[in-house]
Design a protein around this ligand. Structure first.
Ligand code: AQP
Length: 333
């Protein structure tokens, strides 16, 4: 049966890229398919996280999920570390995946930068844990942003090799990434060639879910652009990275295509377009930030949702791990 799985790391404030690339998609899918959405705390500690802050960061992501429309009675919402089957399957997958496959992962290269030797081993094997997150639930669909495409291909490779090596055809499904729409790749407001990201040192590069209306308006106003008015066609727009990004954000927030946005704004300058974009962004995000603050005011409610979600997730994960242990041939399995 079809099943959706995805998650976000509790490693900092969520931004518009996370919202459009991931959160809004979860909310849509929960009505159609059995949906599991976790807070990726095991992933977060691949880089240093303050132990005094991590649990609260986890609640913040859960609050962001619910504030963007995820319904805890429909979707299963849980902290990754509360379901030990993820880590256990991940070890077995470490023995299935090949070094050569991981060596090709561009996210590790980007995140480790010049300090490869000082990166954690966890940062390197991160995509293997991600494969375990997905396959422990035999998930078939994974809504993510464009940046996760390569990791999803690795998940398919691991599933295929496991099924082959342990003579279990079709045991793990080969999950499909759901990477769609103009929100799948939101770029930095300061640089149209870099993705909007939590770890960018400039807060002006991103719009955070918790930004005030004034912050949002100021960031859109300062966003880098060129001096030309907006073009008539998508092809022309594609040659102007910053303009393309702002039109893409507008389209994603308005639920339109980029062509539809151009039909309204072609020939108009950024002096007209930016205030309209700021207004739309405030209209869309302010209520999300408001609901997040409300939810965080009552941590006991969030904790109860996470505890119940973890229980449901364990019920789904445990049988898969038991079958895997049998296939691998462990004693007592
Ligand atoms: N710029 C983006 N546009 C569209 N989708 C995006 N995602 C991230 N950035 C963009 C999607 O958000 C989900 C959660 O990502 P994550 O918490 O695993 O963090 P990340 O992918 O490492 O990206 P961040 O949030 O920008 O953090 P840093 O700065 O650490 O890289 C994923 O589905 C991702 O595709």
């Amino acid at each position: 049966p079809p099943r959706v799985l995805s998650g976000v790391q509790p490693s900092g404030a969520l931004h518009l890229g996370n919202y459009l690339g991931a959160l809004v998609k979860f909310t849509r899918l929960q009505h159609e398919i059995d949906t599991f959405i976790f807070v990726a705390d095991l992933h977060a500690i691949t880089v240093w996280q303050d132990p005094a802050a991590l649990a609260q960061q986890t609640r913040e992501i859960a609050a962001a999920y619910i504030a963007s429309g995820l319904d805890p009675d429909k979707a299963t919402i849980f902290p990754q570390s509360a379901v030990r089957e993820h880590a256990e399957l991940s070890w077995i997958f470490n023995c299935v995946a090949r070094l050569g496959w991981l060596d090709r992962m561009t996210q590790f290269k980007e995140k480790s930068g010049k300090h490869k030797e000082r990166s954690s081993v966890g940062l390197y094997t991160y995509p293997v844990l991600q494969a375990a997150d997905i396959l422990i639930y035999k998930a078939t669909h994974v809504p993510v942003g464009e940046d996760q495409k390569q990791h999803l291909e690795l998940t398919r490779d691991i599933a295929q090799k496991f099924n082959h090596d342990f003579n279990a055809p079709g045991f793990f499904p080969l999950p499909d990434p759901l990477i769609q729409g103009p929100g799948a790749r939101v770029m930095s407001l300061r640089d149209g060639s870099a993705k909007m990201s939590k770890s960018d040192p400039s807060d002006y590069s991103r719009i955070n879910l918790t930004d005030t209306a004034d912050d949002i308006a100021a960031k859109v106003k300062k966003a880098r652009t060129d001096p030309e008015p907006l073009p008539e066609t998508i092809e022309e727009l594609a040659t102007r990275a910053e303009a393309d990004n702002l039109v893409g954000i507008f389209a994603a927030l308005a639920g339109k295509t980029k062509a539809e946005v151009l039909a309204d704004y072609a020939g108009k300058g950024f002096g007209t377009f930016k205030p309209a974009l700021a207004e739309l962004a405030v209209e869309s995000l302010a209520p999300v930030g408001e609901r997040m603050r409300g939810l965080l005011g009552d941590p006991a409610v969030l904790d109860a949702i996470l505890a119940k979600g973890a229980e449901k997730a364990r019920e789904a994960a445990a049988p898969t791990l038991a079958e895997v242990k049998k296939l691998v041939g462990f004693w007592g399995a």
